[in-house]
Design a protein around this ligand. Structure first.
Ligand code: CP
Ligand code: NVA
Length: 310
């Protein structure tokens, strides 16, 4: 397929392209909220959803987004195709591409989704890898934009592990002109190469990237406080150690009180209540976590129409 458009990383898209997807998402959201219907833009299109890890939001939001747009999506779990185990990734990619119009994959090793994209003749969407989570960042930016009416100039602070969600959020912030601070324990920073890339994007958009270790200093002028699990899928063996290192970085009422009173609190979910975020904050007036989760549906629509080129 000539000129196919994969969605593997925020870093692969220009600010204008990201905005185009966000605008389509907003437009389709408004329509959906008003009429409970969207035009069948993806009529006759199919999406295979390959999951090597569990999922609630990504799986259901993609499946429903395809259905709302008149297309068809189906789930392939870890037991079903054994990506790279039962069969080489390059073979899975070439076979699937003969049956479906696009593939969405959630994998462990980021290289696996890159390899799928390399071999599949149809577009591949990254539904989370150990390195990044670009679909999540699109829903995050949609939520931030809806709340503040802008993204550029805001200050987004990610508190916790410099993980896949942090990487995509940092890149989206830097591309779209928001200042970004990561704060967490030493040794758990986002990967250095990703930070370097973010700094280059930030230099272009006029924003800044900071890495800090003091949570109180980090959130001082935050518009957005964002957190995620301390133990990501695949890191279960490190859980004991991580649960000892991360508690000073809990997003609780005391920390939120140090940010602007207008700050919002975000979490990609699933949350581990009482660990990275407390119940009172998650269920409190500054939390937008459920709006953010619901925006996965709308953001996926913006991504799908882009990759399908409609
Ligand atoms: N935030 C997110 O990707 O959730 P799931 O793991 O449930 O898909
Ligand atoms: N960082 C988390 C995100 C889950 C959506 C993980 O990878 O498990």
């Amino acid at each position: 397929m000539a000129n196919k458009r994969d969605f593997l990383a925020i870093a692969d898209f220009s600010a204008a392209e990201l905005w185009r997807m966000l605008e389509r998402a907003l437009e389709l959201k408004r329509e959906w909220m008003r009429y409970r219907a969207n035009p069948p833009l993806l009529a006759g299109k199919s999406l295979a959803m390959v999951f090597q890890k569990p999922s609630l939001r990504t799986r259901v939001s993609f499946e429903m987004a395809m259905q709302h747009l008149g297309g068809y999506a189906f789930y392939l779990g870890p037991q079903e195709i054994g990506l790279g185990k039962r069969e080489a990734i390059s073979d899975v990619a070439r076979v699937l591409a003969g049956y479906v119009d696009a593939i969405m994959a959630r994998v462990f090793d980021h290289e696996h989704v890159v390899e799928l994209a390399r071999w599949a003749e149809v577009p591949v969407i990254n539904g989370l890898s150990d390195y990044n989570h670009p679909c999540q960042a699109m829903a995050d930016m949609l939520t931030i934009y809806e709340h503040f009416g802008k993204i550029a100039g805001l200050h987004i602070v990610f508190v916790g592990d410099g993980n896949n969600v942090a990487v995509s959020l940092m890149h989206a912030a830097a591309k779209l002109g928001a200042h970004f601070t990561w704060v967490g324990p030493e040794g758990y920073e986002p990967p250095a190469a990703a930070v370097e890339q973010a700094r280059a994007f930030a230099a272009e958009s006029g924003s800044t990237i900071r890495l800090l270790h003091d949570p109180v200093a980090a959130v001082a002028d935050a518009d957005v406080i964002y957190t995620d699990t301390w133990v990501s899928m695949g890191q279960e063996e490190e859980a004991q150690k991580r649960l000892q290192v991360f508690p000073p970085y809990q997003v609780n009422a005391e920390l939120v009180a140090r940010a602007k009173p207008t700050a919002i609190v975000m979490h990609c979910l699933p949350a581990h209540r009482g660990y990275e975020i407390t119940d009172d904050v998650m269920d409190g007036p500054q939390s937008v976590v459920f709006q953010q989760a619901h925006n996965r549906l709308h953001a996926q629509k913006g991504i799908l129409v882009e990759v399908f080129g409609v």
